[in-house]
Design a protein around this ligand. Structure first.
Ligand SMILES: Cc1ncc(COP(=O)(O)O)c(C=O)c1O
Length: 382
């Protein structure tokens, strides 16, 4: 295999850096997935996952990326012609729309400007006009734009209608406040590789009683993602229906243990502080943030490129010279914004190093920015 460069700092919004104990847990022996040992490992991991989801609802793991759980949520609840409200303000909201399209839903799109968040009152208006909406989808943390949507407020509205509330927390769970039961989330989906800081490749899904009632009346349109198969096997044997990634189960177990040991509250505060420091640093440099004030994510910060800066040159320089990966924009904002992920195990020194490298890279590319370090240090209190 070609020698890989393992030394880059991952300041992208996933996959994120993985703690050493999580990495070494994956060196444990492969055990049979139909053994008592695996069942105990899985059950323990599911129980930890429920604590992080803050739910009593049934919870399952899928060997697959976050999108597999999004697909499972829709393929098990939507029949051809069913009305689905997709709330979109970025690329991942768009993904739910595209999945619903595959299952031939009758889709109502509630679209907000990229960079802004969803508006609860608009959701209520649409639900009042369309009481037959079966499923409402939303992204908590719209990774593509660095926007946080008000999922608690919208959940408080959706709970009074027949519609299921399906929420993607792929880039927020374990970093930003999500309380599945309190927020009235019927189906919550997440992935391993972002705030939970495990390697990519595992997804999780929680399912409420209200969601089971709908699932039981819906024709399942997937074999691998048939949620009833997951339920049946887990309830009878504490197993998964098909061979799981044993290795990733070890990793998830250890990663969730670390999340719970840090404490959810502490973790949310750390993410909030890092986000504030990143924003303050970039603004002090004279760089304009992309997401609107009041709509900004605590796990990823999006910022507009100053005039004349080319995305590939900037990110190439950051990666090759300073060893730091940040992300570019996607779809309609490709080339226009860059995104700094500060999730999972990100710490103060990662933020300071990244801000310093961004400043140096911009200067080298001919853009005379100020320093953002002091502004960030003030927030970080160092
Ligand atoms: C909010 C959100 N949803 C879904 C996904 C898709 O996850 P995956 O790439 O693991 O399938 C991502 C990935 O970046 C995401 O950020």
């Amino acid at each position: 295999m070609k020698k890989l460069d393992y030394e880059k700092l991952l300041m992208i919004p996933g996959p994120t850096m993985v703690p050493n104990t999580v990495l070494t847990s994956m060196a444990n022996p492969i055990i049979g997935h139909r053994t008592k040992q695996y069942s105990e490992l899985l059950e323990d991991t599911v129980e930890k996952m429920k604590k992080v989801f803050m739910t009593k609802n049934d919870t399952y793991f899928i060997t697959g990326s976050g999108t597999s759980a999004m697909d499972m949520a829709i393929s098990n609840t939507v029949d051809k012609g069913d009305k689905v409200l997709t709330i979109t303000n970025g690329n991942f909201g768009e993904r739910f729309y595209n999945i619903a399209k595959v299952y031939k839903a009758d889709i109502i799109r509630l679209e907000n400007e990229w960079g802004d968040c969803a508006k609860p009152e608009q959701v209520k208006e649409i639900l009042d006009e369309n009481p037959d909406i079966k499923v409402v989808t939303i992204i908590h943390n719209e990774t593509s734009t660095g926007v946080r949507n008000p999922i608690e407020e919208i959940g408080n509205i959706v709970k009074d209608y027949d519609a299921l509330y399906v929420v993607d927390t792929v880039s927020s769970l374990g970093g930003d406040y999500v309380d599945v039961d309190k927020f009235n989330i019927d189906i919550c989906v997440t992935g391993s590789q972002k705030c939970i800081a495990a390697p990519p490749g595992m997804a999780a899904i929680s399912v409420s009683e209200k969601a089971w009632d709908v699932i039981n009346k819906t024709e399942t349109k997937s074999f691998y993602l048939d949620i009833n198969a997951y339920k049946k096997r887990y309830e009878s044997k504490k197993e998964t229906p098909y061979t799981p990634s044993v290795t990733l189960t070890y990793a998830m177990n250890e990663a969730l243990e670390l999340v719970l040991n840090e404490g959810l509250e502490n973790r949310f505060k750390r993410h909030e502080k890092l986000a504030k420091a990143t924003r303050a640093g970039l603004e002090a440099m004279g760089i304009e943030l992309f997401a609107k004030e009041g709509a900004r994510s605590v796990t990823v910060t999006s910022a507009k490129y100053p005039e004349g800066i080319k995305d590939s040159e900037f990110r190439g320089l950051l990666a090759d010279k300073y060893g730091i990966l940040v992300a570019g924009g996607q779809a309609q904002v490709s080339g226009k914004i860059f995104r700094v992920g500060h999730m999972g195990m990100a710490k103060e020194h990662h933020i300071l190093g990244t801000l310093a490298a961004i400043e140096m890279a911009f200067k080298e590319l001919g853009c005379d920015v100020d320093s953002g370090i002091d502004a960030a240090k003030e927030i970080l209190k160092i």
